[in-house]
Design a protein around this ligand. Structure first.
Ligand SMILES: NC(=O)C1=CN([C@@H]2O[C@H](COP(=O)(O)OP(=O)(O)OC[C@H]3O[C@@H](n4cnc5c(N)ncnc54)[C@H](O)[C@@H]3O)[C@@H](O)[C@H]2O)C=CC1
Ligand SMILES: O=C(O)[C@H]1O[C@H](OP(=O)(O)OP(=O)(O)OC[C@H]2O[C@@H](n3ccc(=O)[nH]c3=O)[C@H](O)[C@@H]2O)[C@H](O)[C@@H](O)[C@@H]1O
Length: 439
């Protein structure tokens, strides 16, 4: 099948290479010339495990190419829309200008019988509106919404082996044709009997925002428990383990700590609230405001904790921040809790050095005022406190004995509840973590 993918960022580039891996002829299009130049050369423009190999394999097969010209996308049976939907500046709502522009550009290349498939996360109501536009401008062309649930750090695995497929389809006679075309795109995945939900546009759009809202709520729930643990002397990690044994609750996404960041959960819950407001149903989602508040309070608490361990003042204290990406195995720093804390510490007078295995280049571009080091040892040289804010394996596996020789003061703040508290304490470190007793 011939497929085009519009927008080759974290989602689209992986989707394009994965579709080629599934045997399709794929053209990836992006307006960012640097990104396309890198992809054409088989260089991943971002850090994502397994993506580099997949990209090179797909390019070598001759089934994958990239372009900055949307006309090179013409002649496909299916056009995936994977452009960004960031938060609007100064507002909660999603900025839809990239989706609008991408669909507008497709109107010039689309033909009757071809299918536009939205993958970007959008406010409910978008697909219906765009389907009308597509049908009016290109009679016989169709539109479907097929939200994506991949996680960064597992993007290749999640794209090739998703736990479900969701098709939001038109209500008219195009419904069956569109479903058949999507089944052909995902033939290998459908053949494995992957659960498939075939529904209308609005439900498909809402499945995506509801899923991200639920995940954000689960994280903020455990972080609210962490706040109470701090007030009572209880231990949030043991609490999460204990409630997580209940199958109805489950242990996943109950890791208390610095909370959620990234290019999706924060902006998606806000866009969902904004859309509910537009629809006159804002009351239904007021709880998400509290989810957001609990999440942001963790960042402030982390800074307080750093001040506490630094004898009540951050002025002139050398602080090593281990981790800049919003999560491990990614170079994505969009709304990174780690960088937010690093910047707050610096504003309060600390001398902050940040390190990260993959995200230093991105961080330097966005936060040039911070200092950076290549390794945790360099970052922690003569530090008064070490903060582990992204739980990269390298940091989880640090040897607290050897690492202790580098710093001025053996004080470690475990922002992700990821270190072995007993081992660090035994090596003479003062151990502090959100929602746990001092070690
Ligand atoms: N990053 C992720 O893990 C996931 C993202 N999503 C959703 O997918 C969408 C894309 O997210 P990311 O890939 O993270 O964003 P991104 O910012 O990494 O990529 C978006 C890409 O679209 C390109 N673009 C913008 N306008 C264009 C146009 N008119 N024509 C062609 N290309 C254009 C940009 O240059 C950029 O490369 C968002 O709606 C996001 O919420 C959904 C699931 C997972
Ligand atoms: O819409 C999206 O873009 C994606 O958003 C999230 O994926 P992602 O942002 O890549 O990463 P997550 O693993 O969900 O982590 C998000 C944030 O929550 C934090 N987190 C996660 C789990 C947890 O228990 N505690 C916690 O604080 C992470 O550190 C990270 O900052 C969802 O998990 C994906 O299903 C979805 O497709």
């Amino acid at each position: 099948m011939r497929i085009s993918v519009i927008g080759c960022g974290y989602l689209g580039a992986v989707h394009a290479a994965s579709m080629a891996e599934l045997g399709h002829e794929v053209v990836g299009v992006d307006v960012d010339q640097r990104k396309i130049a890198a992809l054409c050369k088989g260089r991943a423009p971002f850090y994502e495990p397994d993506f580099g190999e997949l990209l090179q394999h797909s390019l070598a097969s001759g089934r994958l190419s990239f372009s900055t010209d949307v006309h090179d996308a013409a002649g496909a049976q299916v056009y995936f829309v994977c452009v960004g939907t960031p938060q609007k500046r100064g507002e909660y709502a999603a900025d839809m200008r990239y989706v609008e522009a991408a669909v507008e550009s497709l109107l010039g290349v689309l033909a009757s019988g071809e299918l536009v498939v939205g993958k970007s996360t959008v406010p409910v109501g978008t697909a219906g509106r765009l389907a009308e536009l597509v049908g009016k401008k290109v009679p016989g062309a169709m539109l479907a919404w097929n939200p994506e649930f991949l996680r960064e750090g597992f993007a290749v695995q999640d794209t090739l082996h998703p736990d479900r497929l969701v098709y939001g389809l038109p209500a008219d006679q195009d419904r069956e044709v569109a479903e058949r075309m999507l089944d052909e795109v995902y033939a290998d995945i459908v053949a494995r009997r992957t659960p498939k939900v075939v529904t209308d546009y609005a439900t498909a759009e809402m499945v995506k925002t509801a899923a991200n809202s639920f995940l954000a709520t689960k994280i903020s729930f455990i972080n609210a428990m962490a706040e109470l643990c701090e007030a009572t002397g209880a231990d949030v990690k043991q609490l999460a383990d204990a409630i997580g044994y209940d199958d109805r609750i489950g242990r996943k996404f109950l890791n208390a700590g610095l909370g959620f960041g990234g290019g999706c959960l924060p902006k998606d819950i806000r866009a969902f609230m904004a859309r509910a407001g537009e629809l006159g149903a804002d009351q239904a989602l007021t709880f998400l405001r509290e989810v957001d508040n609990i999440n942001m309070r963790r960042r402030i608490r982390m800074v307080e904790l750093a001040r506490e361990v630094c004898d009540g003042s951050l002025l002139g204290k050398h602080i090593a921040v281990l981790g800049a990406a919003f999560k491990p195995d990614s170079d994505d720093i969009r709304d990174s809790p780690a960088l937010n804390v690093a910047a707050q510490l610096q504003l309060q007078g600390a001398v902050v050095t940040v390190t990260d295995p993959a995200a230093i280049e991105n961080s330097r571009r966005q936060w040039p005022q911070l200092d950076y080091a290549e390794t945790p040892e360099e970052a922690a040289e003569r530090a008064d406190a070490v903060l582990v804010l992204t739980e990269w394996r390298q940091y989880r596996e640090l040897d607290p004995v050897a690492f202790g020789a580098v710093v001025r003061q053996k004080r470690v703040l475990d922002g992700r509840n990821a270190l072995d508290r007993e081992a660090w304490t035994a090596a003479g470190w003062t151990y502090r973590a959100l929602g746990r007793r001092a070690g």
